[in-house]
Design a protein around this ligand. Structure first.
Ligand code: SF4
Length: 189
């Protein structure tokens, strides 16, 4: 890792065990992609070379819940699919985290119908809400980094009774609409 070249060979490092555990945890977050719609394409792009999720140690997508600790819900979830989502969440290893990626996962998006879940946080605890339709890969990376920061600084957040509590972090959109490149005229001949 280059550490050994930066340090004199006869030096000693001391730290607390908790710090090392937190460092290891935040450097090896393994996602469980629950991608059901177009947001899933941006999720795939995040792992590709241009955005390179591997820089954050989180590129190892696992399709077995027992080997994953970060669920990324990317896309709308139908009522019929909901039991599957809950089952997978329950099977994931503790400590586990959840990102709700995009408007559909967080609110149902434009699909305001009886068949679509109007926010997965009603059924599983969500740690980070990533805004957008779809969110860009940078936004998803920001969401993963938000979880990493919490792991690094606080470890596993618990309420006074010792139960794990969801982080409830809502990222702010970082997208600024730009002017149209060409003036749009409607109805002109
Ligand atoms: S938020 Fe937008 S991009 Fe994402 S699944 Fe819904 S419609 Fe598709």
């Amino acid at each position: 890792m280059g550490l050994e070249t930066a340090l004199p060979s006869d030096s000693v490092l001391t730290t607390s065990l908790q710090r090392v555990v937190n460092w290891a945890r935040r450097s090896s977050v393994w996602p469980m992609p629950f991608a059901t719609a177009c947001c899933g394409i941006e999720l795939m792009a995040t792992a590709c070379s241009r955005f390179d999720l591997a820089r954050f140690g989180a590129e190892v997508m696992r399709f077995s819940p027992r080997q994953a600790d970060l669920m990324i819900v990317a896309g709308r979830v139908s009522v019929k699919t909901l039991p599957v989502l809950q089952r997978i969440y329950e099977q994931m290893a503790e400590p586990k985290w959840v990102i709700s990626m995009g408007a559909c996962a967080s609110t149902g998006g434009v699909f305001d119908t009886y068949a679509v879940v109007q926010g997965v946080d009603q059924f599983i605890p969500v740690d980070v809400y990533v805004p957008g339709c779809p969110p860009r890969p940078e936004m998803l990376i920001e969401g993963i980094m938000a979880i990493q920061r919490i792991i690094d600084e606080e470890g596993i957040p618990r309420d006074p009774s010792g139960h794990r509590r969801p982080l409830n972090i809502a990222l702010s959109p970082n997208y600024e609409p730009r002017a149209q490149p060409l003036p749009v005229t409607i109805g002109a001949t």
